[in-house]
Write a protein that binds this ligand. Structure first.
Ligand code: ARG
Length: 751
């Protein structure tokens, strides 16, 4: 009897776990949705300690990184770890900043960067850190004014003024950045009030051989041994308010910062992730997924792949090019592998079949009564029609944009002269001496302004590299974009050079004014309409823009019914499953996800453990492969086992995985234990679950985390930047006697 009841309970528990998994990127102010479960899993904090608008709480330590002073979204997440505004994020999040401070002589990407005093911390123009002050559900201020019969334009005409009003009413005279976003495909609206800090300085970054160890080969993969962290510090005006860089600024006194645990982790431990996930499409229907698989991913993969190939060739041949293109290369390579992995995952995990089954369930549910038919009857059809129509326009649009206007840097540079062209044209038409003098003055002013920006524009430019990129991209445009979207000029050039795109590129680059800083500067010193109108790069840039606008129109027309279909579908499925607590797709707003430390079974008979170690770095070491070089100092520390308080049992732990649900934008998110202490930074997802942004896969999906003890080990032992260690609050409890962990035994059977 006893045994049976035990058996039953065990089955019930494991079923509960299976169903629940740890899917979901949840809304901070709705913490109660999961609070009881999080407590059961090991969370010791109170809701007030996590999210409070009245006093300081954990959420005040989480910052979104952006390059805008009024961000609508964030490229990465970060966490405050000291009373002096010290900020942890990922190495790949700080990559562009580190690169911007680097030269071949001072290559911080390669060698790392460590400020040994506050004076040495480096300002980063434009970089901002936003912290959520509060959020509110503003659905009732918006939705009652809308109806299902409105067109998208009519909806926008109603929504926009309401949003403007709400923003004004809540910004406290511009003190806060107020963002209002749709959730659940526009069935809900939430307002997010942020304080935006504008002086974010670089404090420390490991060399890429630690911060990007494993490179693109290991990217999106577990097991991993990457020290993917970089350190910034937020500065404010002396009175504590946000300010742009000034030498008078002082370190931020944060409302809250996270203490750090050196106690380590074990399988089954509770883990919470706070950050800014960018975008998921968990409620995507089968027609949309089929559309993406056939028409959306393939051109993206092809165009990105080609560009990477050309870049790589030049980067390998020249260290200067290597540094200049490192950041762009990493970004494109990351997306490229993501799309490839996603396609592969969708196939391997049979995601289309799963989506179809769900769509059918919905269709059946709708057909069951007349009210449902009236309200939701068209949703599926609207979406299917839209994707059918879009499938005719999307490929040309992607090819045209990725190989045309965004194909080469040169075309991008040339595009920036269109405003100047308008002024020059106006000048030509202007009559009267004073009027003409006024216009010319305007032209000279604009040219001077553009001239000032040139050093930044060309800092990371390598002409021979870009010329090859241009040749490859133009060839792809010529071959892949339908003829009606070919600029006449392109066809003319192709004919003239007999489809030899290298020769064509040579011609364009020889005759353009924008292939170097000096040439562009000379042009701007004496701007001429005639010269501009004869510039082959400018002619192409202008024509590409025209063709793109044309292609985009067709695409937008097809997408007309899509928003409505998606909104009604979302509303419908929430009605269909009234007992389920839904979470909204990621939209670059603050979310939390909860889960636990856990390994997984990637394929038959293979089990991945939850943790990697420094000896794993040494196992992968390869001095001949730049992705797997290990710095000498790290090898020495490894040999001496000089891990200080950061190692355990003679080993230095490096990375670990959890079941938390994250996506792009979560990079740099703190991973927090049940006591509210920092245990690591999320930095990646795993290859087996790359379709996760479309469908979460409980058994396979993992968050890859760099262990905070590895971060501190690198700061302290590798870089010797002990001043940073001193300002953090570090918890380490006395060692406990060893015993078998019940949770470990229990969790081995769940996969
Ligand atoms: N996959 C990670 C992300 O999307 C980026 C990791 C960057 N590392 C790299 N080797 N490119 O956030």
């Amino acid at each position: 009897m006893k045994k049976i009841s035990y058996f039953l309970v065990a089955v019930l528990i494991s079923i509960g776990f299976q169903l629940k998994a740890h899917e979901g990127m949840w809304i901070p102010m709705l913490l109660q949705q999961n609070f009881a479960e999080m407590q059961r899993m090991g969370l010791k904090l109170t809701p007030e300690q996590i999210y409070s608008v009245n006093h300081s709480s954990l959420k005040d330590a989480i910052a979104g990184l952006s390059n805008s002073p009024h961000p609508q979204g964030f490229f990465c997440s970060s966490v405050i770890v000291s009373s002096q505004g010290l900020l942890f994020t990922n190495h790949h999040c700080g990559f562009a900043s580190v690169q911007a401070h680097s030269s071949v002589k001072h290559d911080y990407l390669k060698d790392g960067f460590w400020a040994m005093s506050k004076k040495e911390e480096l300002p980063n123009k434009g970089l901002t850190a936003s912290i959520l002050v509060r959020m509110a559900d503003v659905t009732d201020s918006i939705i009652p004014h809308l109806s299902d019969t409105m067109t998208g334009q009519q909806r926008a005409a109603v929504i926009n003024p309401i949003i403007s009003r709400l923003k004004k009413a809540n910004s406290d005279n511009g003190k806060y950045n107020v963002v209002i976003k749709p959730y659940f495909a526009g069935n809900k609206y939430y307002m997010l009030v942020y304080i935006v800090y504008r002086d974010v300085r670089l404090v420390g970054a490991p060399p890429s051989s630690i911060g990007k160890f494993g490179g693109d080969t290991d990217n999106w993969m577990w097991p991993r041994q990457t020290g993917d962290f970089t350190i910034f510090r937020i500065y404010t005006a002396p009175d504590g308010s946000p300010a742009t860089y000034s030498p008078k600024n002082v370190p931020l006194k944060p409302k809250y910062y996270l203490p750090i645990s050196l106690n380590g982790i074990k399988e089954g431990d509770f883990a919470m992730v706070w950050g800014f996930p960018g975008r998921t499409n968990r409620y995507m229907t089968a027609p949309e997924l089929e559309f993406r698989m056939e028409h959306y991913f393939p051109p993206l993969i092809e165009a990105f792949g080609k560009k990477l190939e050309v870049w790589k060739k030049h980067m390998n041949a020249n260290p200067d090019v290597q540094l200049k293109y490192a950041s762009n290369y990493a970004m494109v390579a990351n997306s490229w592998k993501y799309f490839i992995g996603q396609m592969r995952g969708v196939k391997k995990q049979h995601v289309i079949a799963k989506k179809k089954a769900f769509d059918e369930k919905f269709t059946k549910w709708v057909s069951e009564n007349p009210q449902r038919r009236a309200k939701y009857g068209e949703a599926m059809k609207d979406m299917t029609d839209a994707f059918h129509a879009e499938s005719k326009t999307i490929e040309p649009l992607i090819y045209a944009s990725l190989t045309g206007s965004q194909g080469s840097q040169l075309v991008g540079f040339a595009q920036r002269y269109s405003e100047l062209e308008s002024l020059l044209k106006q000048y030509k038409e202007t009559k009267g001496k004073t009027e003409r003098a006024k216009k010319w003055h305007q032209i000279k002013q604009m040219a001077a302004k553009m001239s000032q920006k040139l050093p930044k524009t060309y800092k990371n430019y390598d002409m021979p590299t870009d010329r090859d990129v241009f040749a490859a991209m133009t060839k792809m445009y010529f071959e892949k974009v339908p003829e009606n979207l070919h600029p006449k000029y392109l066809d003319k050039l192709a004919k003239r050079f007999k489809d030899n795109f290298t020769a064509l590129a040579n011609y364009v680059f020889e005759h353009s004014h924008f292939t170097s800083e000096a040439k562009a500067k000379a042009f701007l010193a004496n701007p001429s309409l005639k010269a501009l109108d004869k510039d082959p790069a400018f002619i192409l840039a202008r024509a590409y823009t025209g063709k793109m606008m044309h292609a985009a129109q067709g695409y937008r027309a097809a997408a007309g019914k899509l928003d409505k279909g998606k909104r009604l579908f979302m509303e419908g499925i929430m009605q269909m499953e009234p007992d389920k607590v839904f979470y909204p797709d990621a939209n670059s707003t603050l979310r939390y996800s909860y889960g636990k430390v856990e390994g997984y079974y990637p394929r038959d008979a293979v089990h991945y453990l939850f943790q990697t170690h420094l000896y794993g770095v040494m196992q992968k070491e390869n001095p001949k492969n730049p992705e797997f070089v290990v710095p000498k100092k790290l090898i020495e520390l490894y040999k001496k086992k000089d891990y200080g308080p950061y190692g355990q049992n003679g080993k230095q732990d490096v990375d670990f995985i959890t079941t938390n649900d994250i996506t792009g934008g979560n990079s740099g998110s703190p991973v927090i234990n049940g006591n509210g202490e920092l245990i690591g930074l999320a930095f990646d997802g795993n290859w087996e679950a790359m379709s996760g942004d479309i469908a979460y896969i409980p058994k396979l999906q993992r968050t890859i985390v760099v262990d905070v003890r590895y971060i501190l080990f690198i700061i302290d032992k590798y870089a010797g930047d002990t001043r940073l260690i001193k300002e953090m609050t570090i918890h380490k409890s006395v060692p406990q006697p060893k015993h078998v962990e019940a949770s470990m035994v229990a969790s081995t059977g769940t996969n």
